[in-house]
Design a protein around this ligand. Sequence first.
Ligand code: HEC
Ligand code: HEC
Ligand code: HEC
Length: 410
Amino acid sequence: MMRAILTRLIAPLAAASFALAGCGGHNDMATPPKGSPEQIARGRYLAHAADCAACHTATGGAPFAGGVKLESQFGTFYGTNITPDPKHGIGMWSADDFYGALHDGVTPKHKLYPAMPYTSYRQMSREDSDAIYAYLMTQKPAAVPSIEPDLRFPYNVRFAVRLWDMLFLKDTLPDASSGQSADWTRGRYLANALGHCAECHTPRGAFGQMQDAKTLQGGALGRIGAPEITPAALAARGWTGADLQAFFATGVAKQGSAFGEMHPVVYLSTQHLSSEDLRALATYLLGDAPPEPAPLAVTRDDAAQFIAARSLYLNSCAGCHGIDGQGKPHVAVAMDGNSTLRQADPRNLVVSMLDGIEAQRFPGVENMQAMPGFAQTYGDEQIAQLANYLRVTWGGQPGDVTADKVKSLR
Ligand code: HEC
Ligand code: HEC
Ligand code: HEC
């Protein structure tokens, strides 16, 4: 009897002092988690698969505190603070509010721009949205204000995005492959709803919308473009399901390494996928009946034409990529059969020669060293010769890169 009264007295007191301690900010005990440990663990997995960190965690910044700069043709967007901070983040949001942001691009405050890929996340299940919400709510609140986008008129009128949504926001995304298996269906969800692959790999129209009729046929992006990844295009560059799985798990396959904007996709997202999900993603990309990977159709009888280019290669490239383009384990990827050389569009090949590639970390293998840039070393004509030598010798592509083309990519 005495005990019952005491608890009734103490309980509200304890709650009040807990709340006070919380207000003072001297107590690290956050509010109790909003989900079960299983749901939170699943939310963490899904946040990786959906790569939220790519746009919401700045290099050197607190996790999910925002500040990532995203350049576009309309101006500059910034990933926002999505930690549970009540003032600067989403701490006051309900799971419904959160689903509204992912599904409709609408927040309690305003209409979001499609730089936040709700165009893809719209297909995410309510259950998965709730799991990500539960996970984010366990993150450390960061008192970092979000940065408003810096856009040109008329794009700075948020309300106008509703019109854009009416025209371009769809309930499903088109498929580039066909299939029915459980793996294909899961892979479709991973690619379209979570991994938002189409946001980079599908070309965009004049209003920044994904061009559905050209799904996964290659997007322009910045200097390094996202190549076509339809089943036919992947097979034409020699990709098999097993190679794709290796690429998504480690960032390296015998077709080469992930670089440009694809490197963070692997590093922050796909390396964390389970082996079942890796298999599903590869199955979706190639379809249930994957096309045969094309053998490399090379004509090695053009030696005379490439004497000068061959000596440039031996001087500047062979030390890392091998005399016969065979690469060196843990030093540099092979050129022989490299998918960047097998693309009809020489852009990524030329730009990686000009700019080089910063030292990148790969899961599983050691850090790869930096690939130096050759923009200062070689003129347009020499870069074009080198590109043609590589394309013809190890890429099965015509040697049609001109000095003017190189100039336009500088
Ligand atoms: C390609 C970049 C990108 C990715 C990936 C991305 N976001 Fe965003 N997100 C943005 C941008 C940019 C904004 C701000 C848009 C604006 O200003 O209208 C935003 C806004 C938001 C908002 C609204 C926040 C606010 O305060 O208004 C939420 C919530 C959000 N994102 C959650 C997520 C979650 C969860 C994921 C992963 C499932 C994710 N985002 C992945 C770019 C991204
Ligand atoms: C110091 C070693 C080094 C030298 C010299 C070098 N590379 Fe590389 N190269 C690399 C490494 C390492 C990568 C992979 C980098 C990554 O993805 O992090 C790479 C990547 C590439 C790629 C992108 C393909 C892919 O799958 O990553 C191309 C194309 C390329 N090199 C061409 C050349 C050419 C042509 C030359 C000579 C003009 C050259 N490289 C010189 C180390 C080198
Ligand atoms: C932020 C933009 C971006 C997103 C999102 C993205 N990619 Fe990429 N992807 C690129 C770029 C840029 C390249 C070219 C550089 C390279 O080869 O690594 C590329 C290359 C690739 C390649 C190698 C193609 C080849 O033949 O060399 C594959 C396969 C690929 N992406 C699949 C995917 C899948 C699957 C997803 C979704 C899970 C995805 N990408 C999401 C930008 C992106």
